[in-house]
Design a protein around this ligand. Structure first.
Ligand code: SF4
Length: 370
C-alpha cells in the first residue's frame, strides 16, 4: 500500500479497489495515458499524445480523451496559438483563402445568419489567426497566414469506472454500444480498478466486445511511480471515416435487442468536424484544467505530488477532494490570507494563482511547440 507525501493511505473496497473519488481515479488514468499511451506497445517517435478530461459532443461526454497526433503537424498547429479553436474559428481558419477575398465568397454558406460568421472572422483576426481588411464597398476581406494542418491521427475515448461491479457494467453497456455504433472515436475503452489479478468476469460478459478494458492499480508503482495499468481486453478499431449510427432511443429489456430502437445517421463529414472540435478542446485544456473549477485560493488546497504530477489535496479533510466538494459552498472553505500574497509568492497572485500557473506549465511542457 502506497503512502502519499501527505501521509495519505487510500482505503480499499471489498473488491480491492482504492476508495478514492472517481475524479482522482480519472486524473490518475489521464496521468498514465499521457506517459504511456498506447498501452501495449511503445509510442512512435512521430506521434505525440494529448490527454484531456470530460470532452465529447452534446450527445456524449467521455471521462478521458486521448488524442494521438502527428508530431510535425502538431507543431504547425501551434502557430494558431495555445488556446483551442472552437467550431466557428475552425470554420474560418480552415477555409480562409490564400489571397484576399470577401468572407462571404471565401467561407462556406452557413446554416445560420452570416452575421455570426462575420463575428467569427473578427474573433479570428483579433487572435491573429487570419488577416482582415476593408475591401470594396466596405466589405470585410480575409486571407490566411498559413493553412490549418490536419494534425489528429486517432482519438481514443476512455470511460472511467473505478469500482465497476456487475450491475454497473450492465448499466454501462448500452452507453458503450452507442459509442461503438457511432464510431466517432477510433477506440473505446473502459478503465476499471483491479480486483486481485483478475478482471470481474461480468465485465467481459456485459461490455460490448468492441470496447477494450484497462485494469488500473493506483496503489502499485509503475516505472515512473505512476499507477500500473494493464490491458484486460483489446478493443476493435472503429471506423470514424465511415457513416455512423446515433442510437437515439432503445427499448428497455435486453441491451442487445436493438430491434425497436430509433437511429439517426451520422455522416463522415459531421464526425470529422466533431473530432476536430474535440481535439482542439483537448489541445487547449489538457487534463490539468481541473483547478479552474476548484478553489485553489482556499488555504487548505494543496497539490499532492505523486509520480512527478500533482493531484489536488485538501489538508483540512486529509484526502483528495472532488471538484464538486471543492467549491465556494464548501463549509471548510477558507480564503488564502492576504499576507500570503506578499511573501514568497509572485506579486501577481497568491498560492491559488501559483497552483494554476504550475498546472498550466506542466500542460505546456507536455505539448510540442512550434
Ligand atoms: S476546505 Fe473545501 S474548499 Fe478548501 S481545499 Fe478543502 S475541499 Fe477545497
Amino acid at each position: 500500500m502506497r503512502i502519499g507525501d501527505n501521509g495519505f493511505s487510500p482505503g480499499f473496497t471489498e473488491r480491492g479497489v482504492p476508495t478514492e473519488p472517481e475524479f482522482v481515479f480519472e486524473l490518475r488514468v489521464c496521468q498514465w495515458a499521457e506517459r504511456r499511451w498506447p498501452p501495449d506497445c511503445g509510442r512512435d517517435s512521430d506521434t505525440a499524445v494529448l490527454v484531456a478530461r470530460q470532452l465529447g459532443t452534446k450527445y456524449r461526454r467521455w471521462d478521458t480523451i486521448v488524442v494521438e497526433a502527428d508530431r510535425t503537424a502538431l507543431r504547425e498547429r501551434a502557430a494558431f496559438g495555445a488556446e483551442g479553436l472552437n467550431s466557428d474559428l475552425l470554420g474560418v481558419v480552415r477555409n480562409a483563402p490564400v489571397d484576399w477575398a470577401w468572407y462571404r465568397d471565401a467561407l462556406p454558406e452557413p446554416d445560420y445568419p452570416w452575421q455570426y460568421v462575420r463575428e467569427a472572422v473578427h474573433d479570428a483576426a483579433d487572435r491573429e489567426l487570419v488577416e482582415t481588411r476593408r475591401g470594396e464597398r466596405g466589405r470585410i476581406e480575409l486571407r490566411r497566414h498559413q493553412s490549418y494542418p490536419e494534425w489528429v491521427d486517432r482519438i481514443v475515448a476512455i470511460e472511467n469506472k473505478p469500482d465497476l461491479d456487475a450491475a454497473a457494467a450492465r448499466d454501462l453497456a448500452p452507453q458503450l454500444e452507442r459509442d461503438v455504433a457511432l464510431g466517432l472515436a477510433d477506440e473505446v475503452w473502459v478503465a476499471t480498478g483491479r480486483e486481485g489479478d483478475t478482471v470481474e468476469p461480468a465485465l467481459l460478459e456485459d461490455v460490448p466486445v468492441e470496447a477494450g478494458i484497462l485494469t488500473v492499480d493506483p496503489a502499485a508503482n509503475g516505472p515512473a511511480g505512476d499507477a500500473v495499468v494493464e490491458v484486460s481486453w483489446n478493443p476493435r478499431t472503429l471506423t470514424p471515416d465511415e457513416p455512423g449510427t446515433r442510437i437515439t432511443d432503445r427499448p428497455a429489456g435486453s441491451g442487445r435487442d436493438a430491434s425497436a430502437a430509433r437511429f439517426e445517421y451520422a455522416d463522415p463529414a459531421w464526425k470529422a468536424e466533431k473530432r476536430r472540435e474535440i481535439a482542439e478542446r483537448a489541445y487547449g485544456r489538457g487534463w490539468r484544467a481541473y483547478a479552474d473549477t476548484m478553489r485553489p485560493d482556499c488555504r487548505h488546497f494543496n497539490l499532492h505530488t505523486e509520480a512527478g504530477d500533482a493531484l489536488p489535496w485538501c489538508a483540512e479533510k486529509a484526502c483528495h477532494q472532488t471538484g464538486g466538494e471543492c467549491s465556494g459552498s464548501c463549509p471548510e472553505f477558507s480564503p488564502e490570507p492576504p499576507a500570503w500574497r506578499q511573501q514568497e509568492w509572485p506579486i501577481d497572485g497568491g498560492p491559488g494563482k501559483a497552483v494554476k500557473r504550475l498546472l498550466d506549465a506542466q500542460r505546456r511542457r507536455r505539448r510540442p511547440g512550434p
